[in-house]
Write a protein that binds this ligand. Sequence first.
Ligand SMILES: *[C@@H]1O[C@H](CO)[C@@H](O)[C@H](O)[C@H]1NC(C)=O
Ligand SMILES: *[C@@H]1O[C@H](CO)[C@@H](O)[C@H](O)[C@H]1NC(C)=O
Ligand SMILES: *[C@@H]1O[C@H](CO)[C@@H](O)[C@H](O)[C@H]1NC(C)=O
Ligand SMILES: *[C@@H]1O[C@H](CO)[C@@H](O)[C@H](O)[C@H]1NC(C)=O
Ligand SMILES: *[C@@H]1O[C@H](CO)[C@@H](O)[C@H](O)[C@H]1NC(C)=O
Ligand SMILES: *[C@@H]1O[C@H](CO)[C@@H](O)[C@H](O)[C@H]1NC(C)=O
Length: 440
Amino acid sequence: MKIAVFYWTVFLDILHSSTIARPSLLQHCTSENQLVKCQQKMPDFVDHTAIAFQLTGVKIKTFDLGKVVQAFPNVRNVSITDGNIVTLIPPKKLNSIKVLELRRLLLTNISKDFVRHFQNIEVLDLRENRLEQFPIEFFLGSVKELRLSNNSWNCSEDLGWILAIDKQVAVDIDELKCMGLPYPGKPLISIAQYVKELHDTCTTGCECSLSKVVQDLMTDELEPMITINCSYRGFTELPSNLPNNTRTLHLEGNSIASLEPLHSNPVYHSLWDLYLDDNDVTNIDELEGSFWLKHFREFSLKGNKLTKIPAYALDNALLKNPNMPKAVRLYLGGNPWRCDCVFIPVFQELVLQKYATQIRDIRDVKCSYVEGDENSLMPIIDLSRSSVCRLPPEYSLQEGLDLLNGILASLIVFILGKLAYDYYHFKKTGRLPWIVTKMP
Ligand SMILES: *[C@@H]1O[C@H](CO)[C@@H](O)[C@H](O)[C@H]1NC(C)=O
Ligand SMILES: *[C@@H]1O[C@H](CO)[C@@H](O)[C@H](O)[C@H]1NC(C)=O
Ligand SMILES: *[C@@H]1O[C@H](CO)[C@@H](O)[C@H](O)[C@H]1NC(C)=O
Ligand SMILES: *[C@@H]1O[C@H](CO)[C@@H](O)[C@H](O)[C@H]1NC(C)=O
Ligand SMILES: *[C@@H]1O[C@H](CO)[C@@H](O)[C@H](O)[C@H]1NC(C)=O
Ligand SMILES: *[C@@H]1O[C@H](CO)[C@@H](O)[C@H](O)[C@H]1NC(C)=O
């Protein structure tokens, strides 16, 4: 029992001494050849001879660089790394700092005037922090080398700074990558260039955005994907100009009637998705044989004025469309489809039934409103052939027969009259009727 208690106390002692020993070791500063290295905390002495200072493992969130200048008034190289510092307070006093390395900290923000507090600075290294954005008008002062890679750059923010900054100074500018959506891992400088170009070439009156950038796995080349919103902006025709690489075009709620430019204007060749809901499109005949029909992904014609479409041409194009079957979506609802025996059977068979998975609003594809017609506003997919191609109703057949009877009766009266006249004429003059003389 006594032995057990002895070992227990020894164990506790060891535990105790080890927990005390660690922080005292970490707080330790070493000094050698004018270089002072500290861990976790600033030293509580002043050293006028030190020209280099390294501090690692600082746990506090806000760190005052003024304290470094206070402890080492002649310091030139300052390196603060591997800590939890989120915010830095720049020194207020004049200082000799030439090289300032602030790496592997948690810095989220740097003020545009940060460098103004370092009259002699030449190297500023901010790699491996959590910087999300950079001030547009960052003051570079005497900085000759600025490093910014491996931060958390948010590419939804204004990236104008990267195009404006001196590339001789910002030496690792090509290595900066976007963090998170919408362009995860893409080079900041390319994104900034795409955004600028898009801003300069955007269709007048519309809103343009770089929705995505994809990287070709084979060539490593980047391909921007542009989305344009021209909805509810009073367009009466399809825009004649689109920025390069436009993939998605929103034109909902305009007054567009003709789709001819979709066929004839090559700017539409890069387009994948077109939304034309609630316009005035009456037909898509002009798209017969077009590149568009053979290559589109999404095509929405909801709420237009279509009464019929060229079913054979659409079927033909869809058979050739490389996006079939999974990526193609077609919307045809809310149009005044004409439910007659000529159009409907072909439309049903070659389009609605064959492409039922691609036509996403198939139950909204309905006959137009016709008063007294039993098919009025019925989903076309449900119509039976006999209900579309039925015989004319009883009363009209009767009317037709009545008309035919009337014509026949008048013909009989005419022929009998003519016969009577000819007979009387022959009796009187002895001459045969003209028609008989001509007979062989
Ligand atoms: C100070 O930093 C510069 C540049 O990083 C380096 O070349 C130099 O050796 C450093 N001096 C000291 C004393 O650490
Ligand atoms: C970054 O710092 C600037 C200036 O100190 C300040 O105006 C801005 O709000 C800060 N931004 C963030 C995200 O903290
Ligand atoms: C920066 O990040 C890249 C990948 O994101 C990584 O390969 C590289 O080693 C990192 N550089 C540093 C200095 O941590
Ligand atoms: C990037 O910035 C945008 C706009 O300021 C913001 O909505 C978004 O949440 C930010 N993204 C990240 C990953 O912080
Ligand atoms: C396009 O812009 C209109 C009007 O500004 C807006 O109501 C609509 O939500 C936008 N559409 C998209 C897809 O962003
Ligand atoms: C857009 O593409 C065309 C044809 O590929 C090219 O001539 C033109 O320079 C491009 N425009 C821009 C702004 O890149």
